[in-house]
Ligand binder design. Sequence first.
Ligand SMILES: Cc1cc2nc3c(=O)[nH]c(=O)nc-3n(C[C@H](O)[C@H](O)[C@H](O)COP(=O)(O)OP(=O)(O)OC[C@H]3O[C@@H](n4cnc5c(N)ncnc54)[C@H](O)[C@@H]3O)c2cc1C
Length: 504
Amino acid sequence: MAKDFDIVVIGSGMGGLVCADILSREGYKVCVLEKNKQVGGSLQTYVRDKVIFDSGVHYLGGLGEGQNLYQVFKYLGLMDKLKLQKMDEDVFDKIIIENDDTEYVYAQGYENFIRQLLKDFPNEEKALRLYCDKIKEVCSKFPLYNLRSGGDINEKTPVLEIDAQSYIESITTDKKLQAVLAGNNTLYAGKGGMTPLYVHAMILNSYIESSWKCIDGGSAIGKYMVQNIRKHGGDIRRNTEVKRIVVEEGKVSSVELKDGSFVAAKYFISNMHPVRTLAMTETTIIKPAYRSRVKELENTVSSFIVNIVFNKNAFPYLKHNYYYHKEGQVWNMTEYTEKNWPLGYALFFSASSKSDVYAESMTILAYMKFDEVKQWADTFNTVSDEEDRGGNYEAFKKRKAELLIDLVEEKFPGLKKAIKSYYTATPLSYRDYIGNDDGSMYGIAKDYRNPLKTFISPRTKIPNLYLTGQNLNLHGVLGAAMSGVVTCVAFMGNESVVEKIRNA
Ligand SMILES: Cc1cc2nc3c(=O)[nH]c(=O)nc-3n(C[C@H](O)[C@H](O)[C@H](O)COP(=O)(O)OP(=O)(O)OC[C@H]3O[C@@H](n4cnc5c(N)ncnc54)[C@H](O)[C@@H]3O)c2cc1C
């Protein structure tokens, strides 16, 4: 079969697009195959009641001049194009807790972060300084995170096995401060006794450095990368689902699409979940032991989303987010029961070019396990492939949405009166749009008890098949972008691209 392309990228999530953008700049002829109508994976937006909602970009860190995501975006020519809004310097996140009227504040900049928290914890300066120093120290161990080339695994090994919860509990005996410092752990689906400190540190550091919202939605990130890829001779095919990765004579020769046609290339990069990638790749080159090791890794929990459209000028727009948890539950929120759901929620206002005084819309996010929607697992529903999941499903969503809105109303009296309409998404929505098995928010969960087991290499046993995306190193827009860079480094066999990004 003629090789039409140098590289086929399966999936146009953040990681896949970063790979395609970088490698097309390097002169490779790239083709991106995306199953959805819209590119971007979790960068996708959707419109309800004429209002834009994000699926997975509520805010971004590290976009201040010279910071890590800024450098990646600058190299990709995105910084001049994206419409960004800096969140409040003195508060980007507020932590709110059941039975407590104080709104605890996270501020941008380390000194400011300490200063603002000292207002509520005047005796805890030592603990706060220790905490900030540790976050910075942990982050310094990851060369790529700091856009440094070189470095090896030994550099980071000592910090991989630190437990986030135990570390936070070791620096102060103040239970409230412990809860506050873990307060926005929905950002990484934090789980007590499992989540490593390095995950907490890399995510927190990025937002403390600087916090931003994309005005009118994060899908612009994908849109501009698509323009770059086309400009460099690449091809993007939407509504193009890969069904099988064909291995012949020890290499991937092509991928088979849903319509039965094939796309051939010299190299392949999969942005799909590794479990899906392996399931589509029939070959004895990948050993059953590796397949079962990857399959057995735990995924992070999924989510239930309520997207609210407000009546005009009815609810103030705030340049910060809220994270709520029930007392004593901050590290157990994923372990809710039917009775006590939800143990917490995150609340994001969408930045709109129409107003920054009144909020046009708001997103409430609470954890939801796939098991809760398992009875509708054999349905599939996206804009390009619509299927009604039935009345019971609609009733389930309504019941959950009302429970969640009632809980939020307790902290935000008057919220319900301001609602014009609301729309929901469940683990099934994320499963169907992203193409994983369970709607997991952030892919494979990291575990401090066996950190290396939860790292996925960008290389596979098949020499021309690579992996990319949030499942590799770290999730989030920053994490998935870095995964794209890691994959390009593995593919090119050198770190020249890291230097280019650093010097952009
Ligand atoms: C609810 C939620 C909120 C979030 N909030 C934030 C936030 O505020 N800030 C932040 O930085 N991060 C956030 N994230 C995380 C962030 O969005 C993701 O980590 C990141 O976008 C994942 O990128 P990825 O490269 O892994 O690709 P994914 O987004 O997982 O995309 C994979 C792509 O592959 C495609 N695909 C799958 N199978 C096939 C196939 N067979 N054929 C063709 N294409 C296929 C999919 O359609 C999809 O486009 C959030 C995530 C979620 C779910």
